[in-house]
Design a protein around this ligand. Structure first.
Ligand code: URA
Length: 241
């Protein structure tokens, strides 16, 4: 894989593309020990060594984090007005991370953040049937027929057809719901269709990846090697792929 020098340094969180171009033009960057003034120079992260102001900058290819998303932040990489999930990860400096899938602003819980486009694509593919488990609280009693309605695969008011989903009641007004898709406001619209309003929603897991309950809302941690392996295996990607 060949990368432009300015992108390489931006991916590693060394500044914005324009700040980096400026540094390169000022001769602060060397490739394989030779100073360069060309931001467009192509480098091979597996062979070339890049130094910024005399310090080597390695290229970590793929990174994986789980975030316990709190309510009140949007699932986006950047936004002029609202705080985003990536703003919560300031300590993680690289700039090519993105959230896998989307949680509503008022939804909490598990969000996978990575720069592995292939894994993200596979996890979001409807064909891969990756289960997502949500904990949900409702504004009124869940009707008796809800579990059967969800299990049969329902059609929402706008004609959206849904795959079967599994509802397990935890009380008369709270439940765990397992869905395989990630349609817009899916959980809220499913409950709306059976006459309830969701007043609290938290994602607990995505495929084999479960939210680490020791993570406070707003906190994140890197995935373990085992978690990465299991996630890849769940969508039939081999480790290292
Ligand atoms: N379903 C919803 O309605 N909202 C979410 O954030 C996730 C699933």
């Amino acid at each position: 894989m060949l990368l432009r020098l300015d992108k390489y340094l931006a991916d590693m969180g060394m500044g914005t593309r324009s700040q980096i171009k400026e540094k390169i033009r000022k001769g602060k960057v060397a490739v394989n020990g030779e100073p360069t003034w060309a931001p467009e120079l192509k480098v091979d992260p597996s062979r070339d060594t890049v130094e910024l102001e005399g310090r080597p900058v390695g290229y970590a290819e793929l990174e994986y984090y789980m975030l316990n998303k709190p309510a009140g932040v949007i699932t986006a990489t950047e936004d002029k007005r609202q705080k985003t999930v990536l703003d919560l990860m300031e300590g993680r400096k690289r700039r090519d991370l993105f959230p896998v899938g989307r949680l509503d602003v008022d939804t909490e819980g598990l969000l996978l953040i990575t720069n592995d486009g292939e894994l993200a694509h596979q996890l979001l593919s409807p064909k891969k049937h990756v289960d997502k488990v949500y904990y949900v609280k409702l504004d009124r009693e869940i009707p008796r027929e809800a579990a059967d309605t969800f299990a049969a695969g329902m059609t929402l008011g706008d004609g959206t057809k849904l795959q079967p989903a599994l509802l397990c009641l935890e009380s008369t007004v709270s439940a765990r719901l397992t869905i395989r898709e990630g349609k817009f406001h899916q959980v809220k619209r499913m409950f709306q269709a059976v006459g309830c309003r969701v007043i609290y929603l938290k994602r607990l897991s995505m495929g084999p990846l479960a939210l680490d309950e020791t993570l406070a809302p707003g906190a994140c941690r890197p995935l373990t090697e085992e978690e990465i392996r299991q996630l890849k295996e769940s969508v039939s990607l081999k480790a290292g792929q």
